[in-house]
Design a protein around this ligand. Sequence first.
Ligand SMILES: [Zn+2]
Ligand SMILES: [Zn+2]
Length: 441
Amino acid sequence: MHRGSKSWCGKTSSSSSKNPGETLERVRAQFDTADETRELQARHTDLTKRLAAKQVEKDRYIRLYAQGHISEEELETYLIDLKHQISNLRLLVEAAEADLASIEENALTAKTAETWLMTLRERISEVEADTPEAFHKRQQLVRLLVEGVTLNREGRDTTAVVTYRFGPPDEGAGVEAGVADSVRNSRRPLIDYHLHVVAHGDRPMTVENILTYCEVARERGIRQMGITEHDRYLDDIDLAAFQEAREKFQDVELRLGIEIDFVPGKEEQMDRFATALPYDYIIGSVHRVGDEEVDHPDHKEIYEKWDTYELYEAYYENVRKAALSGRFDVLGHPDLIKIFRHFPDADITPMLEETADAVAESGIVVDVNAAGLRKPIGEIYPSRTFLEMFHRRGVPIILSSDAHAPNEVAAGYDRSLELVRDVGYREVVTFKNRERGTLAL
Ligand SMILES: [Zn+2]
Ligand SMILES: [Zn+2]
């Protein structure tokens, strides 16, 4: 659970939204879409009429031709024109229908949330007593209600921003289950686009092994999962097994990528890796300065050999080169160098700004990678500061766990989601056959 929620449970509540009634108002406001629905319905009606009119027009031309009023050539020109107009109109009608359906779904969510919150409000007296049981109940309530609490410090003022779950936990599920996996209850289509099945040669890429990853992905609300082995395990990628797993498991869409180790001077080798298989996308990651890895737990000598500031400079220079090389769709874990908590004394902000500029210029997508949470640094790659720089420059993102084992799929996503939403991201990029799409967060 989130650190900030403790103060909310206790007596020192600093939150601006204290009761479920207020949440209820927010739910209502959020889903008050009457105007939008009316507009959409009007648009849908209008489009349907226009579509019908075009059909009539088509019949009219055919009649005119049959009666000898227009030539065959003229008829053909009219029909081709009409065909385009009709197919465009059909697409627009479909889009309007999809929008209407999603509004309806939201309305349903609002209604469920409303009923739930009303019940909660009626029973609030049970939890207001000053007893240990009431305290426990308060804690449970907060867990049910609150998705996350973020503390913002500005000078001496601290404000707490509370984000609520807009929907009750699954019926029958205990409080703990609801809390343990907030991602699972999310209806949002999530992606995990950087992970390893073969990992460091830990297991073969069999259909069974891939499906194990898929199961975990489905459990955790992942709709698209991209397998991106390290380039040096290229030969272990079993394309047939991947394709079979993709066919078999319909609940999670599989994508194939590769994580290429960016090493300046090894362009030929990188290109060979990049063109070996029909990837959906390619991740370029900087793991090295010179020919030494910066993230190897058994080889940290590099941090002793180098002045830390200079090491950071060399690292970020490589990151800029990787982005600007144009070889990759995604820039993997862009501040990996922080992994062991070796920080320079001097301010690295200008270095990060310069790197964010290069990334924005390159058009590459940034990997918001939760693996850092499992490393000594204990935070997501990139840091909040760095991610804010990317966001200000309009740099798009993917989400990933960099899992090297099935139970790591989507690990840390409650934190990643909180971070990216808080920074202002509202969508993630998806890939298929090297083409980009987006999904709303
Ligand atoms: Zn990596
Ligand atoms: Zn990786």
